[in-house]
Design a protein around this ligand. Structure first.
Ligand code: ATP
Ligand code: MG
Length: 444
């Protein structure tokens, strides 16, 4: 029974200290998205299995090995989402969003993949995800990659990442390249890994993504995509890289054109990219963000042909990327400590409860007035031994302690202790009737 009380392998609890950072990252991602015109939406955490298997490709690692698929009591096969894009595309089609194009959409939430858990790799993880539908200009590619770079620049506290970029070209370029790759690999077919043998017929480009050592050796002399690009695909890619090389220089440490970057999913076309962290604690999991263009996906899923580009960043990896400084703004945390032990009189209880209410009404009103992101809280620590409660006052991160005993109740005052400086002052309770006084008292 006891191991049943542990979280399931590959999942973990996000306790308050970590949650603070976790939600700060999501808020930054959401705000930055809004700055570039992205609006938030949400899709269900599970979908009909085909939503993922058809779009991501039956031979992709995710579909063939990593999905959490189960049958409902009604006998339908459903899958916990392993990514956002397929569900977003499904939602785009089911809700007739075609008529509102172009659309820039942001989403965040948990995702599920059955993989071997390691640092930065979990079975339940989280992403911030951006999709831009209805714009096939190369400038859109530049802009969304700039947004990705901006996000990582902000979170890493500088140019902490390198952009790896490639183009898969248009359909015509891809078909030519596919044929060249297959004829190069065919003589090595016996030596390829089991996965790659299967891919050779089904999706040879994905062999370029193989991590198998033997495969990597065979690939050293393989033909490269760049040599098979049509003139227009090449021109498109060159323009993108050229603007990114000048503009992006503000945000990324480096831009690497990487002809072997294919990304693991079937739906990508033209531009694909990844951002790799240069520093931080990511180890082997140093790809923090990945995306690409997927102009064929919506039509393939049964919608009207709609160009689209998107990317997603893993929140757990963004957490590891962040320098170890506290990015949360200093919150105001007030603890109210009644100096009574067991037999608190009704009058004292009333006095303290009313003071706490008054304080919370003011804090909420000030928060609304200032539109601040700072969290304000006021909590009364009613129970426990007095010495324990005061010990808690200094240990639990309270910025202020309000101490109330008989003297305070009788004189309509409260004792305020600033926990950082240790200074104490006696203050009239009626001061809590006005926002301005409260701001002064607590240094808001
Ligand atoms: P990897 O090669 O690391 O498995 P991927 O190509 O499977 O990555 P994508 O599907 O492109 O990853 O997902 C985009 C981002 O989501 C990744 O760059 C990473 O930050 C994050 N991510 C993907 N899988 C996981 C996971 N199992 N645990 C934590 N984060 C993940
Ligand atoms: Mg993966």
């Amino acid at each position: 029974m006891s191991n049943k009380l542990q979280p399931v392998r590959g999942t973990h609890d996000v306790l308050p200290d970590e949650f603070e950072k976790f939600s700060a990252i999501i808020n930054i991602a959401r705000e930055l998205g809004a700055l570039y015109g992205f609006r938030e939406m949400a899709t269900p955490i599970f979908e009909a299995t085909e939503v993922f298997s058809r779009s991501m490709g039956e031979t992709s690692d995710v579909v063939s090995k990593e999905m959490f698929t189960f049958e409902t009591r009604g006998g339908e096969s459903v899958t916990l989402r392993p990514e956002f894009t397929a569900g977003m595309a499904r939602a785009f089609i089911s809700n007739g969003m075609q008529q509102h194009l172009p659309l820039k959409l942001f989403s965040t939430g948990p995702l599920f993949r059955y993989e071997r858990p390691q640092k930065g790799r979990q079975r339940q993880f989280h992403q911030v995800n951006y999709e831009w539908l209805g714009d096939d200009s190369w400038q859109a590619d530049v802009e969304i990659i700039t947004l990705a770079g901006h996000l990582l620049y902000y979170l890493s506290g500088g140019k902490g990442c390198t952009l790896h970029i490639n183009t898969l070209g248009d359909k015509e370029s891809r078909e030519k390249y596919r044929a060249a790759l297959v004829s190069y690999l065919a003589p090595f077919a016996d030596k390829l890994s089991e996965d790659s043998k299967r891919r050779l017929n089904e999706n040879p480009l994905r062999i370029l993504d193989s991590k198998d050592k033997g495969d990597r050796e065979i690939l050293i002399n393989a033909p490269v995509m760049t040599d098979y690009l049509s003139a227009s695909a090449k021109a498109r890619f060159n323009k993108i890289c050229s603007v990114l090389q000048s503009d992006g220089a503000l945000l990324f440490q480096e831009i690497k054109i990487d002809p072997a970057l294919v990304r693991g999913l079937d739906y990508y076309t033209d531009t694909v990219f990844e951002f790799v962290a240069n520093t931080g604690e990511l180890g082997a999991q140093n790809t923090v963000l990945a995306g690409g263009r997927y102009d064929g996906l919506i039509e393939q899923m049964g919608g009207k042909s709609t160009p689209a580009i998107g990317f997603a960043a893993g929140v757990e990896r963004l957490l590891l990327l962040m320098p170890n400084k506290d990015i949360s703004i200093k919150d105001l945390k007030i603890g109210v400590f009644p100096l009574f032990e067991d037999d608190m009189k009704l009058a004292a209880t009333n006095y303290i409860a009313a003071l706490a209410t008054l304080l919370r009404v003011r804090l909420k009103s000030i928060k609304d007035e200032l539109k601040t992101k700072r969290e304000f809280s006021a909590e009364v620590i009613w129970q426990g031994k007095l010495s324990k409660r005061l010990e808690r006052a200094s240990k639990s991160g309270f910025t202020h302690a309000i101490i109330i005993g008989d003297d305070e109740v009788n004189s309509g005052k409260f004792l305020l202790k600033d926990m950082a400086s240790g200074t104490q002052s006696s203050i009239d309770r009626d001061k809590l009737l006005e926002n301005d006084n409260v701001k002064k008292i607590f240094g808001i």
